[in-house]
Write a protein that binds this ligand. Structure first.
Ligand code: IPE
Ligand code: IPE
Ligand code: MG
Length: 248
């Protein structure tokens, strides 16, 4: 496992996104219920947020609940929503203390009122945090994000405020829920699944992927450093040749 001193502080990704997966399997291995896995995942969240902030990562996006996760058994969905309220309430003082600003992306209006309220309060309380922005993806999916962007762009065109021929990649990016935030340079997924699961489809176009077999409740700051170190060993070519990169 990597230690912090092995990380090059001059090459820290500005934005790291995480698909926090494997809570159910972790609980099953321990002979517990799936919700026990979700409850046991809070330490991993806390350590990841702290490690990211300490390393100088400006934006950390955590995929906490997808649009598709609404199809899970109702009792699991309800337990996840309660855990969300509880965790936000419990962790907000630490976020404040550490200069971390909380924000959320996704169909927040679909969350139970108690969650929306807790989230809005925490977002307001932490709004001046300037060290790292923690973006929680809740009731989020990449296709939803692109669809809402297309709908809002169409509304602007219909109102005569936007000309179709003026629409560029920058325009599309500015209508996404991540407007103003750089695309993630690094995506971490736990539990070994090699898929995107409808996460940030547009934003991940050139993101480096780091997939680990660890189950999310076992993820600790050292594993975050492992991911940063792996990222620092990648050659990001963006379609160019390796030789072009060394010349420029
Ligand atoms: C990730 O763990 C948490 C959420 C998707 C909310 P899972 O609950 O998907 O755990 P596995 O993948 O079934 O092990
Ligand atoms: C992805 O995990 C969503 C979150 C981590 C919130 P899933 O467990 O829902 O993904 P799939 O269904 O295995 O692709
Ligand atoms: Mg899963």
């Amino acid at each position: 496992m990597a230690v912090r001193s092995e990380i090059d502080s001059q090459n820290i990704p500005a934005h790291v996104a995480v698909i926090m997966d494997g809570n159910g399997r972790w609980a099953k291995q321990k002979g517990g219920l799936r919700i026990f896995g979700h409850q046991s995942a809070i330490t991993a969240v806390r350590e990841t947020v702290e490690a990211a902030a300490e390393a100088g990562v400006r934006y950390l996006t955590l995929y906490a609940f997808s649009t598709e996760n609404w199809s899970r058994p109702a009792h699991e969905v309800m337990a996840l929503m309660q855990l969300l309220v509880h965790t936000i309430r419990q962790e907000t003082p630490t976020l404040l203390k550490n200069g971390i600003r909380l924000q959320a992306i996704g169909q927040i209006e679909n969350l139970p009122n108690s969650c929306q309220k807790e989230l809005a309060e925490a977002i307001e309380l932490t709004k001046d945090g300037s060290r790292t922005t923690l973006l929680l993806a809740l009731s989020y999916s990449g296709r939803w994000d692109l669809t809402q962007a297309a709908r809002r762009m169409a509304q602007e065109v219909a109102a005569g405020r936007l000309q179709p021929e003026q629409i560029t990649e920058q325009t599309v990016a500015s209508f996404l829920s991540t407007a103003g935030i750089p695309d993630p340079e690094l995506l971490i997924r736990t539990s070994g699944e090699q898929r995107i699961s409808n996460f940030l489809l547009w934003q991940l176009a050139y993101t480096e992927l780091f997939i680990t077999d660890l189950l999310w409740p076992d993820f600790r700051r050292e594993h975050f450093y492992d991911a940063l170190r792996a990222y620092q060993q990648r050659e990001r070519r963006f379609g160019k040749t390796s030789e072009q990169l060394t010349v420029s």
